[in-house]
Ligand binder design. Sequence first.
Ligand SMILES: Cc1cc2nc3c(=O)[nH]c(=O)nc-3n(C[C@H](O)[C@H](O)[C@H](O)COP(=O)(O)OP(=O)(O)OC[C@H]3O[C@@H](n4cnc5c(N)ncnc54)[C@H](O)[C@@H]3O)c2cc1C
Length: 232
Amino acid sequence: LVLALNEEIDVLDHGFVKLKAFHGDDLSVINAARVSFATEHETMLQGDDKLIAFLMRERHGTPFEHNSFTFHVKAPIFVVREWMRHRIASYNELSGRYKTFENPCFYVPVKSWRQQVPDTKPGAYKYEDYQGNKDLLNEVVINFNSDCVAMYHYLLGRGVAREQARLVLPLSLYTEFYFTVNARSLMNFLSLRNHEQAQYEIREYAIVLEELWSEEMPVTAHAFRENGRVAP
Ligand SMILES: Cc1cc2nc3c(=O)[nH]c(=O)nc-3n(C[C@H](O)[C@H](O)[C@H](O)COP(=O)(O)OP(=O)(O)OC[C@H]3O[C@@H](n4cnc5c(N)ncnc54)[C@H](O)[C@@H]3O)c2cc1C
């Protein structure tokens, strides 16, 4: 990936991540730390990577907060429910009260249906490919989604308010939101969501976020990975 503002990076079947804006870089971490000694630099100096590694390792987290990344995201509602549990960020989301879903789209894991594994449990989640007929699942779910859309438009046609007509749309419905976050909180997000125990679908987004962020703060991202992906 080469960081490109406003470029849509596809995720899942209809989703995307788009970096809308950012400010701050590795140097902002260094200068925030060095303000303790009333010094400031225009560029990264030799050894600054070691200072960042030290801050990361010792969990001196606040120097990693003087930056900001704004992403525009399109994701299914069930992914967004997990995402918005991350409180140290700012969010704004598309409104189903104010806007009619003209052509709503839904996530269908066409090739990636998974089997319910009997002894799976929190902290030891297991993923296994679905053993049955995926084509059948796809057909049933796509038909169900079509019925939901028909019902949605039926309710709207009967004069039901948008805010209630949407009740018949499933959790796989795609929504859009803005997500603004600093590197410290983003690292917390990535440590939990770009992780093998995270649900596959949110992890697909976290992978893209990590790639975009790493391009802008490569020394910090390297230190994060070297430190066992623990947010400072
Ligand atoms: C694999 C996985 C499974 C999960 N399963 C469930 C589940 O079954 N049920 C469920 O409800 N949630 C579940 N969650 C969500 C999880 O409990 C967190 O709500 C979510 O990961 C956000 O993490 P966070 O609080 O660290 O992030 P943020 O809300 O962004 O907070 C960042 C950090 O700020 C600090 N902080 C924020 N708010 C407070 C506060 N009020 N008090 C003290 N410190 C604060 C903490 O240090 C926190 O780590 C799951 C998450 C994962 C990754």
